[in-house]
Design a protein around this ligand. Structure first.
Ligand SMILES: C[S@@+](CC[C@H](N)C(=O)[O-])C[C@H]1O[C@@H](n2cnc3c(N)ncnc32)[C@H](O)[C@@H]1O
Length: 324
């Protein structure tokens, strides 16, 4: 199907009463949910567990917050099965009981891989997964393993005191958040993390409408101005903010985070396309390799010694001796 048809269908559904439900049914019949077990989310979940283990140490009793649960709760369930206490939040309630069950079944098949990623014995993973096998839904399962699922939830204000969380994670979420919401959202994640705590984010930066359109390069969406993109193609059902890797990195550091690790995947084949594209003004000053970065994985850390005020950079105070 042509990319603009997909965009048009989603924009129309987003405006219709019952449109969200119709979108869910389409996803279930023809989209990713029809082949849920083949979804990249399970590999992503293993990757997040392994990163959490690498940066935070043992996962048992780690207090973890996830932004953007989505339809397929592979990330929170994998972390919970590894012993972390995970609270997962989404602005939309998407995870239905059957999605929880199917995700649980697939994770059970992947017990060995999760155990390797978490650096623990497979029996502990198997035991936790068995404990939630008969849970009626994701909320009950999270509760049984010491976590929570809350959706719909306004994540601009997370229900924690400052510094209560050890780890914050998101998988394929930050590229879906409207750009004006990102700075306050990142500041809120910074607030709830303890000094020295980590945030792990995986982002996909290519055009999701173009996935099934062989005539369309997945970076061609950079030709539209923000106004045109939002007016004609973007929708609340599949929001794409189109921010590039360097723009995300700037937002992370502006929120006060230290970037501890940053893996970028540049789509080398699309580089000539990007170099010859009539880019929208907001992208013209960016390096082609930055524009052609299609996957971005970051590990951020809240510094142990906090700056005077998080976020804004302050000039160092003048030495009194130089003040005269
Ligand atoms: C592409 S989905 C990814 C879902 C899930 N993390 C996964 O791996 O399948 C993006 C999700 O982010 C959620 N989302 C968007 N903005 C959000 C926000 N400000 N806070 C929390 N979740 C948000 C959407 O509702 C959606 O469920």
């Amino acid at each position: 199907m042509r990319w603009w048809m997909v965009a048009g269908i989603l924009s129309t559904l987003a405006r219709l009463p019952g449109g969200k439900r119709a979108y869910a049914l389409l996803q279930q019949r023809y989209g990713e949910l029809a082949r849920l077990e083949a979804s990249s989310r399970f590999d992503n979940a293993e990757w997040i567990v392994s990163q959490a283990r690498q940066w935070c140490g043992e996962l048992g009793d780690l207090r973890c917050v996830e932004l953007g649960t989505g339809w397929v709760p592979a990330v929170p369930l994998a972390l919970l099965s590894a012993g972390a206490r995970v609270d997962t939040y989404d602005v939309s309630l998407l995870c239905k009981p059957w999605l929880f069950q199917r995700t649980h079944e697939e994770l059970t098949r992947r017990t060995d891989a999760i155990a390797v990623a978490a650096g623990v014995d497979r029996s502990s993973i198997a035991e936790r997964l068995a404990r939630i096998r008969n849970s009626p839904d994701l909320a009950a399962a999270c509760h049984r393993l010491g976590g929570r699922y809350r959706a719909p939830f306004d994540t601009s204000r997370l229900p924690y005191k400052d510094g209560e969380a050890d780890l914050l994670v998101s998988n394929l979420v930050l590229q879906c958040v409207p750009p004006e919401i990102l700075p306050p959202l990142l500041s809120e994640t910074y607030r709830v993390l303890r000094p020295g705590g980590f945030a792990i984010h995986r982002m996909r930066l290519s055009d999701e409408f173009a996935v099934r359109d062989p005539q369309r390069n997945h970076l061609e969406f950079l030709r539209y101005s923000r106004t045109r993109w939002n007016l004609w193609f973007n929708s609340s059902l599949k929001h794409q903010n189109r921010l590039r890797a360097s723009q995300f990195e700037l937002l992370f550091t502006e929120a006060g985070f230290r970037v501890r690790n940053c893996d970028r995947t540049v789509d080398e084949e699309s580089l000539p396309v990007v170099e010859n594209l009539a880019l929208a003004e907001e992208f013209r000053d960016l390096d082609p390799r930055d524009l052609a970065t299609i996957n971005l994985d970051v590990v951020l850390q809240k510094p142990s010694r906090q700056p005077a005020s998080s976020g804004a950079y302050r000039m160092p105070a003048q030495d009194a001796a130089h003040d005269v």
